[in-house]
Design a protein around this ligand. Structure first.
Ligand SMILES: Nc1ncnc2c1ncn2[C@@H]1O[C@H](COP(=O)(O)OP(=O)(O)OP(=O)(O)O)[C@@H](O)[C@H]1O
Length: 308
């Protein structure tokens, strides 16, 4: 069973189409990163998943249940870190967690959760005095109560310091290891790269890519840079490499013993074998893959915009 099934979903706000005929699935136990530039429709999608907003068209099923018709049953299995969450100023962190444990009829240990989210020592302070990052940690702690089957986290790393961001990554992986599904949106691409099994990239309300990071790399035109140390290179060997499909640039240094080849990820081995076939002594090589940032730009920006 898929943990999340989004089928032909459209959301219109008057003339604005926030999400357009969106369909995708997230498998149980998967960590799925939901990416997209500002205004792409990520929060709208998450709000529809949580039944905060109704789709204009289409169906959404979470853990095999319709999110609207069976919203109460769905909620019992969900942990949510919503966008624009708020805390109760007059209640302590501990009281927030006790409330979450009681409402979920769970038996979590408050101190263990405080420690997990990095709030040990601050549990007895009023949440009104928490910094933004501390409040975010608290709401994440509340989302973890009751070992939910599905965690939905909207921009979980925003406002966290580097240590908090690392704790967030660890928590996401730990939750996945115990079998939970994690669906989160993010702008922090390094976070996504480090924890996601798959990502979906949204642009103008439509999914423009859905794959593992590795798969995206192979499918995109964002180049891999191959640095090769060679004996020496005859000009015609360079010409053979330049002629390969998927190679965009070949440069040799002045000494002629180092080559830099920009190419698509899947032609790296062809570049090396072409050099060897032309009699070049390939001594060493290293590759520099396109960063997730470059992949993201590649999927969400028109080529003309990049060139401009
Ligand atoms: N309540 C609303 N009324 C009118 N338009 C809306 C409403 N909510 C969202 N939109 C529009 O829908 C589009 C998608 O917005 P959404 O907030 O889902 O994007 P996002 O990907 O979450 O962006 P961000 O990264 O900036 O949070 C935007 O054009 C936005 O202006």
């Amino acid at each position: 069973m898929a943990a999340i099934e989004i089928d032909g979903v459209t959301k219109r706000y008057g003339d604005v189409v926030a999400v357009r005929d969106l369909s995708f699935e997230v498998e149980e136990g998967e960590v799925f990163g939901f990416l997209g530039p500002n205004g792409a429709g990520k929060s709208t999608t998450i709000n529809m998943l949580l039944d905060f907003v109704r789709p204009t068209d289409g169906e959404i099923t979470v853990l095999g249940r319709d999110v609207h018709d069976e919203s109460v049953a769905v909620r019992e299995h969900l942990g949510v870190l919503p966008e624009g969450f708020s805390v109760y100023d007059r209640l302590t962190g501990r009281q927030h967690l006790e409330f979450a444990i009681e409402s979920k009829d769970a038996d979590d240990n408050v101190d263990a959760i405080l420690e997990r989210v990095g709030l040990d020592g601050d549990g007895d302070r009023k949440a009104g005095g928490y910094s933004k990052g501390m409040a975010q940690r608290l709401v994440l702690g509340m989302a973890l109560v009751g070992d939910p089957d599905l965690l939905v986290l909207d921009e979980p790393s925003t406002g966290l310091d580097p240590q908090g961001a690392r704790q967030m990554r660890d928590i996401v992986r730990e939750e996945a290891d115990r079998g939970a599904t994690v669906f989160f949106s993010s702008h922090i691409l390094g976070q996504v790269e480090a924890v996601c099994d798959r990502v979906g990239i949204l642009r103008d309300g439509q999914l423009v890519a859905e794959d593992s990071i590795e798969g995206l790399r192979e499918a995109t035109s964002a180049d891999t840079v191959l640095r090769i140390t060679v004996g020496d290179v005859p000009e015609d060997a360079l010409a053979d490499v330049r002629d390969l499909d998927g190679v965009s640039e070949v440069e040799a240094n002045e000494g002629g013993d180092r080559l830099t080849v920009s190419c698509q990820s899947d032609v790296k081995t062809t570049v090396l074998s072409t050099l060897e076939e032309a009699g070049v002594d390939v001594r060493d090589f290293e590759t520099e893959e396109a960063s997730l940032e470059e992949l993201f730009m590649d999927y969400t920006t028109d080529k003309q915009e990049v060139e401009a």
